[in-house]
Design a protein around this ligand. Structure first.
Ligand code: SAM
Length: 280
């Protein structure tokens, strides 16, 4: 009979967050697949456990995934852990879960620490509807496309970010949502120096221009307030102009801005033409 894959969350800073079930699952597993065995061995030492380990990370998952699946199919149980938090959430695991699911192997997720839910719950921003954006792409074009797609987002948005990229990301958020949008900067959650600052995006830009970002960050940004009945044609028109300045053809710019602002493409196109931008 096939074994099982367990997704085992580990603390995002506070060892007190190891649940009894997490410890029991690690103890009961035949082997552990770890993102970095040097990190996981510290956790196992803390729990006074010794277990066979294999590595499973972004750079070896193509080969390691099928090898782990074969062992599970042969009857072993595997506990998947990452360096911190919930496996498969901006962490290795997504492909292994898909692989096991496709092979009909049982996958069981143990609930536990996850930076995004900790940040959202403490943010003070609406929690009923939210979108998790993970790390924004590094590639400029993809990053811009992802942010542009969020301009009219009404749900609360959650971003992961590394300290050395925080400043430029805050500037991108300010450009996208405007400096007055409320947000929460959640730093070092569950750790000794945990800090949750609730402010506007513009204030966050200023704060971290004056102070070196250190530690781990989750950024929670309020969604756009629901709009009045009339779609905002003037702002959509400004957006067309911006896209034109960036080199986009008028038709494509009108189509993109219409989509982003929920206005009619034809009306926007005609208004842009009337405005004298007839160089199509
Ligand atoms: N899978 C993990 C989870 O569920 O929490 C996330 C892993 S991802 C590679 C790491 C990112 O999570 C960090 O760059 C940061 O944005 C966020 N993060 C992790 N621990 C954190 C903490 N203690 N405080 C704030 N953010 C944290």
């Amino acid at each position: 009979m096939a074994g099982k894959l367990y997704l085992v969350p580990t603390p995002i800073g506070n060892l007190g967050d190891i649940s009894r079930r997490t410890a029991e699952t690690l103890e009961g597993a035949d082997f552990i697949a770890a993102e970095d065995t040097r990190v996981t061995v510290k956790l196992l030492n803390h729990l006074e456990l010794r277990k066979p380990m294999v590595t499973y990370h972004r750079h070896n998952c193509g080969a390691a995934g099928p090898a782990i699946l074969r062992r599970i199919e042969a009857g072993e149980s595997c506990a998947l852990v990452t360096d911190a938090g919930t496996p498969a959430i901006s962490d290795p695991g997504e492909e292994l879960v898909a692989l096991c699911a496709a092979a009909g192997v049982e996958v069981e997720a143990i609930p536990g620490p996850c930076a995004l839910t900790v940040a959202l719950s403490v943010s003070g921003l609406p929690t009923a509807r939210f979108t998790f954006e993970g790390f924004l792409p590094l590639n400029k074009k993809n990053r811009r496309a992802q942010l542009d797609g969020l301009r009219t987002e009404e749900r609360t948005m959650i971003f992961y970010e590394a300290p050395h990229k925080l400043r430029s990301t805050l500037e991108d958020l300010s450009e996208t949502f405007g400096p007055d949008r409320p947000m929460a900067v959640c730093r070092e959650l569950t750790k000794l120096h945990e800090e949750v600052v609730r402010l506007t995006v513009g204030e966050a830009v200023e704060r971290y221009a004056a102070q070196e970002p250190r530690g781990e960050f989750v950024l929670v940004v309020g969604g756009r307030p629901p709009q009045a009945e009339e779609p905002d044609e003037d702002r959509a028109l400004e957006r067309v102009e911006q896209l034109r300045r960036e080199g986009m053809a008028l038709k494509a710019a009108a189509a993109q801005a219409a989509e982003e602002f929920g206005v009619k493409k034809r009306t926007l196109y005609n208004r842009a033409l009337e405005g004298g931008r007839q160089d199509e």
